[in-house]
Write a protein that binds this ligand. Structure first.
Ligand code: HAM
Length: 419
């Protein structure tokens, strides 16, 4: 062991376990790629104010959870706690929105950082795959994103998840509701911090999980009853489109999410097997974010799915992903056969066959152990005598059958057998 360990709240992805993460990322990205989303990559850190303004000054993410740093030049940066603000910043910077191609549909995959109290499913470094559709106000776009996330989870085999859906209203109706809620909250017996929160961000109080708070929230005004006609109609259309697609969801009037930029549609994917950190993904519409970070009005919608929690959800459901072994053919060279088999392995790889060879001068027993461990379907074994006869021994690792094959034919024979 080294003197160092992975920092608190982080963990390493090591083979063969890491293959699951690649497979999950691919599975989430696949439906997005087929729906016209282009891949975007942004830096791991940004101007701290992008998140302060975008995600919200009073959110937990900004007040407590950002990893911030000051450069030698005096610039204040933050490791990105989420992707939406960065992606929108990048789209605006590249003027993607000016090219008459709205909505701009983008997907991303990467590492995010939040200084949270670590627990199962909650880390300080985690991974998301996300999608953002920028610059269109169209219920079909909200529906498309929810359907694509559902498709990704189903393709992975997940079944024990629910989709919670809500509308947070817009700049017309939310302020009216906010005031009504604040008036209600002022009448409750709350601790000092919650009283403060009720003044800054009253909707977040609805999200308070403590029973003594929840008990008092019975009878709180519901945003549903305050939605303006436009928001109501919009929400009904989103619901109708998702329903028509056969995607089941639940209306959750108390779903507020932990980021301030949301307007209208908000949703969360929650998994039944994860304990308290049950949200495997979430998202919604953020019609005002572009203006909040200095851009033009660009109504947008998006989501991010947590890769770490999706992997935990797969484990909770006992789902084994169909991950093909990394190696199809493993070469075992005896005596002077190493250079010949090494060349053969290179040739196999060029021909598209995943191939590996035993290293470190092992004998037959050790090298065959390597072959077993690699998960290869076939082993190619050769010693001096085989080479003198112009053959290698081809061993089927499943049946144990072994037979000589002419060295000149072995690439074609293996390609045929593996096809
Ligand atoms: P979020 O709900 O903060 O939304 O995060 C999305 C997902 O990332 C969560 O559902 C969870 O699976 C995962 N996640 C968040 N924090 C952690 C953590 N500390 N450890 C492990 N996993 C975590 C957003 O980030 C928004 N940007 C989503 C969005 C995109 N909204 C619109 N567009």
């Amino acid at each position: 062991m080294s003197t160092f360990k992975a920092p608190k709240g982080t963990y390493d992805l090591i083979p063969p376990y890491s293959a699951k993460y690649l497979a999950v990322r691919d599975a989430i990205a696949a439906p997005l790629r087929k729906a016209g989303y282009g891949y975007i990559e942004t830096p791991g850190f940004e101007d701290v104010n992008l998140f302060a303004r975008g995600v919200g000054e009073s959110t937990d993410i900004v007040t407590k959870e950002m990893f911030t740093l000051t450069t030698k030049g005096g610039t204040n940066l933050a490791l990105r706690p989420e992707g939406t603000a960065s992606v929108l910043r990048a789209a605006l910077e590249a003027s993607l929105h000016k090219k008459g191609n709205l909505p701009v549909k983008l997907w991303y995959s990467g590492s995010y950082y939040r200084y949270e109290r670590p627990q199962a499913g909650r880390y300080r470094h985690f991974s998301q795959v996300g999608a953002e559709a920028i610059g269109a106000e169209d219920p079909a776009l909200d529906a498309e994103l929810i359907i694509l996330a559902d498709q990704a989870y189903r393709a992975l085999g997940l079944r024990n998840f629910r989709i919670l859906l809500n509308s947070l209203g817009d700049k017309e109706c939310r302020p009216v509701y906010r005031e009504a809620l604040q008036a209600f909250l002022r009448g409750l017996d709350l601790d000092e911090e919650t009283v403060r929160r009720a003044e800054i961000n009253p909707l977040r109080v609805l999200d308070d999980k403590r029973p003594e708070v929840q008990k008092q929230l019975v009878g709180a005004p519901l945003l549903r009853d305050y939605l303006c006609d436009a928001c109501k109609a919009y929400h009904e259309e989103v619901r109708a489109l998702i329903t028509a697609a056969g995607v089941a969801f639940e209306d959750d009037e108390k779903l507020v999410r932990g980021l301030d930029y949301y307007t209208r549609t908000t949703f969360e994917f929650v998994h039944g097997g994860l304990g308290s950190q049950s949200a495997v993904g979430g998202g919604g519409r953020y019609d005002g974010l572009s203006e909040m970070i200095g851009g033009p009005a660009l109504p947008s919608v998006g989501w991010a799915l947590g890769v770490d929690r999706t992997v935990l959800a797969l484990e909770a459901e006992g789902i084994e992903l169909d991950i093909p072994p990394a190696t199809s053919v493993f070469a075992v060279a005896l005596g002077e056969a190493k250079p010949v088999l090494f060349a053969l392995v290179t040739e196999l790889r060029k021909a598209g066959v995943a191939a590996d060879i035993s290293y470190g001068g092992k004998g037959l027993k050790g090298a065959m152990k390597d072959a077993n461990r690699s998960g290869a379907r076939f082993a190619v074994i050769a010693g001096d005598r085989d080479l003198a006869e112009g053959v290698v021994q081809l061993k089927d690792m499943e049946s144990g059958d072994q037979s000589p094959v002419a060295l000149a034919d072995v690439v074609e024979v293996l390609r045929g057998k593996l096809a």
